[in-house]
Design a protein around this ligand. Structure first.
Ligand code: ATP
Length: 421
């Protein structure tokens, strides 16, 4: 049965045509192409998913290059993995070669070789993620479901494809809980037995910190990160990231407040990173001297790592300063150089009402106080570029914090007085 009309209804005629065109390009090269993974699962669940993964039986590189040319779209080849990404309109389409995987040792990244669609589906994690949608012209939009994924999807079941699955790749333990939580599915009894065995025999100890961190990062992108993190903690899966997250310890309920806190701060600090706030809160529960190397090994982007490092390094210092600050100028000066992630972390960690009020005052009112004039205005009235400009700005802000309502002219007059011109 063709799922063409499902794509048309859930997405658009345009997407249907795009996938048809990609299938035709493959056909011209004598290749069979499929859409695989989450897109197919979510299509059956009638949930839009714009992560489009195309798998081709053969080398994906010349194929993706041809698609890029025909669509006149940017194409990035990743030679090492024989994968490619095409950036077309606002879509990223990933291309991979059908492959077979061999795990030289548990938890290691697998050795791969080109293979068939069947082998490629067999290397996948769960039946619901191991379906393919043919886009070859002769079998356009036919579902290929070798492991009864559709049935498991309808029954709400997470099921591995073979008994060695968790041993080969223990990240699937984290993934099983993540998908079960996301879709409110249960883990099928035999899979559950393998899951328990994997925990008992400590399979995740073969994983690198980076691979576990990637799973935790995905957990932060779920709708209910606290619920999932609690499951990671209760099953002991979080202990493999750091020993302090012992089984059944109470997780920090503040995780559920991260999205709202980040959104609130975003209106004043548009650059705030929610992901960095999550990581800061997680790492703030670990002694700083251990959190730093752990962060370095977690494979987060450079930007997120440095935001986290700032936040976990400075929030306690900010807290001490706010406790003793007793006017708007003190509050402003204590906070003015801190990054928004530190403010968010401080907000989440703090238990003192007086500090909370000062922080709210800073975020809502003080942080946005700025001079109306610019450095250029000061240079135009004859002030030399240099430290005096900073001094003038500080004075203007101080006056505003004290309640003076200064307009541009008042600010320029103040600048002239300070610099004696
Ligand atoms: P999401 O909606 O979270 O993006 P997804 O299923 O698209 O879900 P990805 O992590 O993008 O998840 O993976 C794409 C596909 O690759 C999966 O559907 C699955 O078939 C396969 N896959 C990903 N990770 C693994 C793994 N560790 N072991 C086996 N197969 C995997």
């Amino acid at each position: 049965m063709s799922l063409a009309s499902n794509i048309q209804e859930l997405y658009s005629q345009k997407l249907l045509e795009l996938l048809t065109q990609i299938g035709q390009i493959a056909n011209k090269q004598g290749l069979k192409a499929y859409v695989v993974g989450g897109f197919v699962r979510d299509l059956l669940l009638e949930k839009a998913n714009f992560d489009i993964d195309i798998m081709v039986e053969g080398d994906a590189l010349p194929f993706a290059t041809a698609v890029g040319q025909e669509l006149n779209a940017e194409c990035k080849l990743v030679e090492r993995f024989h994968t490619a990404h095409i950036y077309y309109q606002n879509l990223v389409i990933d291309f991979s070669s059908a492959r077979k995987e061999y795990y030289p040792r548990p938890g290691a990244l697998p050795e791969v070789s080109f293979s068939t669609m069947q082998d490629d589906l067999f290397r996948r994690d769960f039946t619901i993620n191991a379906m393919a949608l043919s886009i070859s012209p002769d079998k356009a939009f036919e579902l290929i479901d070798l492991f009864n994924g559709e049935q498991d999807l309808n029954s709400g079941i997470i099921k591995i494809l073979h008994a060695r699955s968790f041993l080969d790749d223990p990240t699937r333990l984290y993934r099983a809980l993540r998908f079960a939580d996301r879709f409110n599915f249960i883990i099928e009894p035999k899979t559950e037995m393998q899951f328990e065995k994997a925990l008992k025999l400590s399979y995740p100890s073969s994983l690198s910190t980076k691979r576990i961190a990637a799973e935790i990062d995905k957990c932060f992108q779920e709708k209910r990160p606290l619920a999932l993190l609690t499951k990671y903690q209760n099953t002991g899966l979080l202990t493999y990231y750091h020993k302090s997250f012992v089984e059944y310890a109470r997780p920090d309920f503040k995780f559920s407040l991260v999205p709202a806190t980040s959104t609130r701060l975003r209106s004043k600090f548009p650059e705030i990173s929610e992901s960095a706030v999550f990581w800061s809160l997680l790492l703030s529960n670990i002694p700083l001297e251990e959190a730093k190397p752990l962060l370095n090994n977690s494979g987060l982007s450079h930007a997120v790592s440095s935001q986290v490092l700032n936040a976990i390094g400075e929030w306690q210092n900010l807290l001490s300063k706010l406790i003793i600050a007793n006017n708007k100028i003190d509050i402003y000066n204590s906070m003015k150089n801190s990054c928004p992630e530190s403010l968010a972390l401080l907000y989440l960690k703090n238990k003192n009402k007086d500090v909370e009020n000062k922080l709210t005052l800073y975020i809502n009112e003080l942080a946005v106080i700025k001079p109306s004039i610019t450095g250029k205005d000061l240079i135009e009235i004859g002030i030399e570029p240099g430290p005096q400009i900073r001094e003038i700005f500080d004075k203007i802000i101080e006056k505003k914090l004290e309640g003076s309502e200064l307009n541009r002219k008042d600010e320029l007059d103040l600048a002239r007085t300070i610099s004696n011109i």
